[in-house]
Every structure is written in C-alpha cells, then in structure tokens.
Design a protein around this ligand. Structure first.
Ligand code: HEC
Length: 137
C-alpha cells in the first residue's frame, strides 16, 4: 500500500488534468463554431438584437428547452417563442451538417459563456437527441 498510494494519486491527478485539458479544448471549439455560425445574429457577446434576435446570455430558454436544443441547432426554429418573458417570432436557419460532437461543444459553450452557468451536455445525450430528431422527417 505504501508504494501503491503515490502511484494511485499520480494517476488520479493525471486523469483530472487530462479531463481539464479536454474541457478547455472543447470550449475553444464551441467558441470557434459559435463565432462562425451564430454570432452574426446573436452577437459575439450573446445579447441578441433588439426585438428580432433573442439573447443567449442569461436566456431562460436554454434551461427550459434543454432537451430540444440539439435538434433545433440542426433543423432551425420558427414560430413564436418566449425568452425571458419577451416574445420573438423570426426564423432561425438550422445547420443540417452539424455533427453531434460539434453540437455538444457548441451547446456547452452557450451554457458556460457570458456568465451562463447551466449544466453541461454529454456527447451521448446529444447524439441521442439528434438521432431522434432525424426520424421526425
Ligand atoms: C439568421 C440569424 C440567426 C442565426 C445565424 C442563428 N440564430 Fe439562433 N435564433 C435566431 C432567431 C430569429 C431565433 C428565434 C426563433 C423564433 O422566433 O422562433 C433564435 C433562437 C435561438 C435560440 C433559442 C432562444 C434563446 O435565445 O435562447 C437558441 C438557443 C439559438 N437561437 C442558438 C443559436 C446558435 C447556437 C446558433 C449558431 C449555430 C444560432 N442560434 C444561429 C436567429 C439566428
């Protein structure tokens, strides 16, 4: 046990550091995807645009529609929605080619950027949601 403990501690430490590195890389990828695909409407700082584009920073929709978001990114959204008590009714285009990994990184970016503190998505839950969404066609 005396010799095993340091080895054990070291491997736990490495696992934690590797996980931390992975999270940071995924966040950077999410940010890159956001800037390329979403920021032109929702703005770099996620505040949206007046009565036309709803905000993502501080949006209650992110938590109330958590399960629907992976599908929404792929298919887009239209019809009236309420975000933080305000109604929006414009069309948002989807990205049909978005992969589950990209969607996970993107969603985790939204949920942690700009002071947002919503729970992280796991890849398997996003994959699941996107598979179900494909069969709605
Ligand atoms: C062409 C402009 C446009 C682009 C590009 C766009 N959105 Fe949207 N987004 C909208 C509009 C408009 C709505 C409201 C749709 C409605 O009224 O039904 C919306 C709604 C949303 C919502 C739900 C409401 C909220 O504010 O929480 C989320 C989440 C969202 N968009 C995320 C994204 C992400 C992530 C991307 C990039 C992959 C993106 N949007 C790209 C215009 C856009």
């Amino acid at each position: 046990m005396r010799t095993l403990l340091p080895v054990l501690l070291l491997s736990v430490f490495c696992a934690l550091v590797a996980w931390q590195c992975e999270v940071q890389q995924s966040f950077a990828e999410g940010e890159r995807l956001y800037k390329a695909n979403c920021a032109n409407c929702h703005m770099d700082d996620g505040v949206g645009l007046g009565g036309l584009i709803p905000p993502l920073a501080g949006s209650d929709y992110l938590t109330t529609h958590r399960d629907a978001l992976p599908c929404m990114l792929r298919k887009g959204l239209e019809g009236p929605i309420v975000v933080n008590g305000k109604t929006y009714n414009e069309k948002m285009p989807g990205i049909p080619t978005l992969t589950p990994i990209q969607a996970t990184n993107l969603l985790n970016y939204l949920n942690q950027a700009w002071g947002n503190q919503n729970g992280l998505y796991r890849l398997d839950e996003v994959t699941n949601a996107m598979e179900k969404c494909a069969s709605f066609n």
